[in-house]
Design a protein around this ligand. Structure first.
Ligand code: PLP
Length: 417
């Protein structure tokens, strides 16, 4: 965990060994059994605190939420609802009614596209995304465009993987209804200047959504300072369980939006003559929620609160520099994206091997990386490649991971050359 020596440089304040020790899957299990996990952008490993919280909830505290009057259900409801406040602390905001629990980032974006989009977007309107978006922040808008006759516009990036701000601004016009932007690119690690981009939108009365799936794991997020209208993230990328996530939305917007799905929990009263709906956020949470998942997310956020995020980010920055230098020294290796503000994502190609072959050989060496299009096919097209190999870092990554990666890449080169 963090070391309380505030005179030390931020990166030196971060005790990575203490953090790593809390992740059972990373334990040194002896020769040939140690995992070098470099796929944290896909999903993060879980600390013991989260595993224990899930086990404890299912063992001792399990009950459905909101409907039971018995003590177990009341306790479960209180713990469930308390997670909205933890999310508020994470996002530096204060109103738990602005926190909608979803299955993850994907569902959060689909919710906005269906509910807000259905109400506010019509034929001839425009939605602006960027070239580097994850499919989750492209396809829901394409579906909305198909339904409404609106048009998707794409803000370009440079070869460095950074959004061209002037070109983005030039796309904003009287028909632009929404801009939907990644906070951090999952494929390149680029950190978008979302506060500036959302300000450009807001000054023209355009609504903004930020896909925070890759930003929340890598540093502090302040949605009010960003000035966005919606912010989405997934619990599983931030050390929590799969199947849960959050849509944060400005209260006036959520209050004005129609339901996304119908069912139990989202209603005020139901009759065959007509149904009335609960207020936000319950209006958007039809059906029995993933109670354990939300409580596990709460445990992950509690765990994260104990981390000195400034020190962790500084440590990651140094580790990324170490990794970049080591990879660049490998003949024939090319790294995609060179944003100076980028987070710990290294997508690369090796001129002697296809990314899938690289990942397969690395796996044999105990190194888990991702190869493929990273759910960003338009970005692959931009770089003219079918796939990239990607090593991605999290709070528990250290130099031993990078050294293992480099050594396994040397083995790959020997095999293929
Ligand atoms: N957006 C980005 C930038 C992502 O990296 C991901 C997942 O990789 C998503 C959205 C989708 O997240 P989920 O699959 O958890 O809904």
């Amino acid at each position: 965990m963090s070391v309380a020596n505030h005179d030390a440089l931020p990166a030196d304040r971060f005790d990575v060994a203490a953090v790593r020790a809390q992740f059972p899957v990373l334990a040194d299990d002896g020769p040939g059994r140690t995992l070098t996990y470099l796929d944290s952008a896909a999903t993060a490993q879980k600390p013991q605190a989260v595993i224990d919280a899930l086990e404890d909830f299912y063992t001792r505290e399990y009950a459905s939420v909101h409907r039971g009057v018995y003590a177990l259900s009341v306790r479960s409801t209180q713990r469930f609802e308390a997670v909205r406040e933890k999310v508020c602390r994470l996002l530096h905001t204060s109103d738990p009614r602005e926190v909608v629990f979803t299955r993850g980032t994907t569902e959060a974006i689909n919710l906005v596209a269906t509910s807000w989009g259905g109400q506010n977007v019509s034929a001839g309107d425009e939605i602006v995304v960027t070239q580097l978006e994850h499919h989750s922040n492209i396809v829901p808008w394409q579906l909305l465009c198909e339904r409404t006759g609106a048009r998707l516009r794409v803000a370009p990036i440079g070869l460095d993987g950074c959004v061209e701000v002037d070109a983005f601004e030039a796309l904003l016009g009287p028909r632009t209804k929404l801009v939907a932007l990644a906070h951090v690119s999952n494929a390149l690690g680029t950190r978008l200047p979302v506060a500036a981009l959302c300000q450009l939108a807001r000054s023209r009365g355009i609504t903004s959504l930020v896909d925070g799936a890759q930003a929340v794991p890598h540093g502090s997020v302040d949605v009010l300072a960003i000035g966005c209208d919606f912010y989405a993230f997934s619990a599983h990328k931030v050390f929590g369980p799969t199947g849960t996530g959050v849509l944060w939305g400005r209260r006036d917007l959520l209050d004005a939006m129609p339901p996304y799905q119908g069912g139990g929990s989202m209603i005020r009263s139901v009759s065959f003559e007509g149904t009335t709906y609960a207020d936000a956020p319950q209006r958007f949470e039809a059906g029995t929620p993933d109670v354990a998942g939300v409580i596990g997310m709460g445990a992950a956020l509690d765990w994260l609160e104990e981390i000195d995020r400034e020190a962790a980010a500084a440590f990651e920055c140094e580790l990324l520099r170490y990794a970049s230098e080591a990879l660049e020294a490998i003949p024939g290796l090319h790294i995609f994206g060179s944003d100076p503000e980028k987070v710990g994502v290294l997508s690369f190609s090796l001129d002697c091997a296809h990314p899938h072959d690289i990942a397969t050989i690395l796996d044999r060496e105990g190194v888990a990386i991702r190869a493929g299009h990273h759910c960003a096919q338009p970005l692959m097209k931009f770089y003219g490649v079918p796939a990239m190999a990607r090593a991605s870092l999290a709070l528990y990554s250290d130099r031993s991971d990078i050294d293992a990666l480099v050594s396994a890449l040397e083995t790959t080169r020997e095999i293929f050359s």
